[in-house]
Design a protein around this ligand. Structure first.
Ligand code: 0X9
Ligand code: ZN
Length: 539
């Protein structure tokens, strides 16, 4: 096994700022002054729209180490311009642009004013399931998850993910389902927000769907609660979110890894000179880690990190997915009005499950009025959430790029996005798309089922170990390891991902799960849509 990262390049500014972090405070002024002068900000930070009529334009633009904001119909990409150097880079590469946000800071102040006015005009709450009228803070997410656990003790369980953030915050999620504390064999549907700090609606809609499932009380919500475990991790990257949401630096995207392998000093992540640093959580997953669409420049907004899964926030999601049967997931982002399906890298061709991924993606996108495309049709990426999870588990994962109008537009605009059924969102909105994804997760034709009988109360274990490759061809070991407890009846049913990974199936190979109960071990090969009965286990 070789997990050595490729040697990364460090730009001048990176080296200077890393030095600034290491220096005593008295010496930092000079170092910071030097660093600042290399990126002299000319006028306010802007968002510019760069025409990119072809995919090759988009991938050429992606190589310029810019901060991409989003796209409009893919014929143009919005870019954050926070220094004169960005415009110089665009010009030299032959790109043109139009300014869409003249002054990002002024626009943010305007958003804050509009949000205050909206909240004041809605004393009775909004039409959202939670009734919220403002963007949540990190403390709000924490408090609301705790409240849901105490309000619905049999249906909601608090999850503390394995790793705290770099700044030491515990990272929480909730697991929602009927008799949620029973360790039975229901499939998991996972909804995530806030891989990227500035993309606040991604966490809002994640949380709203939890309220929807718990409060709506229809046959449809009951069916999902009874047949799935729905796991919500609204804020995957709480350190970054705190920096962005608190107003210290609302454009913060990445996590707070200021120097590879080191924890940030208290308060350091919010410092102006540290703004360029951090690892992009959506480039730190292991499959093809470090390839096209990511960067080894530590001050790049798509910095892949020191190695595959080097970041605790990403390890959390890896371990969550590796210790359950996550047969479907949605990773929410903003903005571009897209439903993205694997693969994220064009040369990978079609996913083995392309037909299924396409029909599900199309169905969800239609509800939101979005385009349903391959990840790479936006631009090539490697090291993203669903590319790793699909390759390792075969679970059907998608990225939603929500909205069209900025990372965190006026709060009032989030409401129709979620609820749908407006002039702008004529269909069911994000809410309906998430219902469709949850229903897909409990559709036996779309995952695999293993069943049998065994002594009541026995623990069954399903494991699989295999190598996964980074872009450079080095490999690391992925282990999937999940358990369930045999119910009182002695008959058990386990809803699982297919035993054969997509890439192996595409090469006409097969793989087996290893099923263990007590001293008994047997291989189980099970395809998508297939049910295998393993008979009686004595354990
Ligand atoms: O670049 C990203 O990480 C995502 N866009 S964002 O503006 N929210 O940063 C797109 C990720 C695409 N995912 C895959 N291609 N798998
Ligand atoms: Zn994002």
């Amino acid at each position: 096994m070789n997990t050595q990262p490729r040697r990364r390049k460090i730009s001048l500014i990176s080296a200077l700022a890393a030095l600034a972090i290491a220096l005593p405070l008295s010496l930092q002024v000079a170092a910071e002054g030097t660093a600042t002068s290399t990126t002299a900000v000319v006028g306010p930070t802007q968002i510019v729209r760069v025409p990119t009529p072809t995919l090759s334009d988009r991938n050429r633009l992606a190589k310029l180490n810019l901060d991409f904001a989003g796209t409009v119909g893919r014929s143009a990409i919005d870019v954050v311009v926070d220094s004169a150097a960005v415009k110089t880079r665009l010009k030299r590469a032959g790109f043109t642009w139009t300014v869409v946000v003249e002054d990002v800071e002024a626009a943010e102040q305007e958003r804050i004013r509009a949000d205050k006015a909206y909240a004041a005009a809605k004393p009775g709450g909004s039409a959202l399931p939670s009734g919220r009228t403002t963007y949540r803070t990190l403390a709000d997410y924490e408090a609301e998850m705790a409240t849901l656990v105490s309000r619905y003790p049999t249906q909601v369980r608090l999850l503390t993910l394995n790793h705290s953030s770099l700044e030491g915050r515990p990272i929480h999620g909730i697991e929602v389902g009927t008799a949620v504390n029973t360790d039975d064999g229901r499939p998991t549907f996972l909804v995530m927000g806030e891989h990227h700090a500035r993309e606040w609606p991604s966490a809002e809609v994640t949380m709203e769907f939890a309220y929807d499932l718990l409060q709506t009380g229809t046959a449809r919500t009951q069916n999902i609660l009874d047949n799935a475990r729905v796991v919500f991790v609204p804020v995957v990257n709480p350190d970054g979110f705190e920096v962005s949401r608190s107003g210290d630096y609302e454009l913060k995207r990445k996590n707070c890894r200021l120097v590879d392998g080191q924890l940030p000093a208290p308060g350091a992540c919010a410092l102006r000179d540290n703004r360029p640093f951090g690892t992009d959580p959506n480039r730190n997953y292991g499959a093809k880690w470090g390839g096209p669409g990511s960067s080894f420049l530590v001050d790049s907004e798509i910095y892949a990190g020191a190695g595959p899964f080097s970041e605790p926030e990403v390890q959390n999601i890896r371990e969550l997915i590796s210790s359950r049967q996550v047969v479907g997931h949605i990773s929410n982002h903003t903005y571009s009005a897209l439903v993205l399906r694997p693969p994220g890298y064009a040369a990978d061709g079609l996913a083995y499950d392309e037909e299924l991924l396409r029909s599900l993606g199309d169905q969800m996108a239609a509800e939101m009025g979005y385009a349903s495309i391959y990840g790479w049709q936006l631009y090539d990426t490697t090291g993203t959430t669903e590319d790793w999870s699909y390759s390792a588990t075969g679970g059907l994962g998608f990225t939603f790029e929500l909205g069209t109008n900025g990372f965190h537009p006026r709060f009032a605009t989030v409401i129709p996005l979620y609820l749908g059924h407006t002039k702008k969102v004529p269909n069911g909105g994000i809410r309906e798309a998430l219902f469709i994804a949850a229903e897909s997760a409990i559709n036996n034709a779309r995952h695999s089922v293993i069943e049998g009988s065994a002594p009541a109360g026995a623990t069954l274990r399903l494991t699989k170990t295999f190598p996964t490759s980074t872009w450079s061809g080095s490999t690391f070991t992925d282990t999937l390891d999940d358990t369930m407890v045999v119910p009182a009846s002695g008959s058990w049913t386990w809803h699982v991902n297919p035993s054969t990974r997509p890439a192996v199936a595409a090469a006409n190979g097969t793989e087996a799960w290893t099923l263990t109960c007590g001293g008994q071990t047997l291989p189980v090969t099970v395809d998508r849509g297939e049910l295998v009965n393993v008979g009686t286990l004595t354990c």
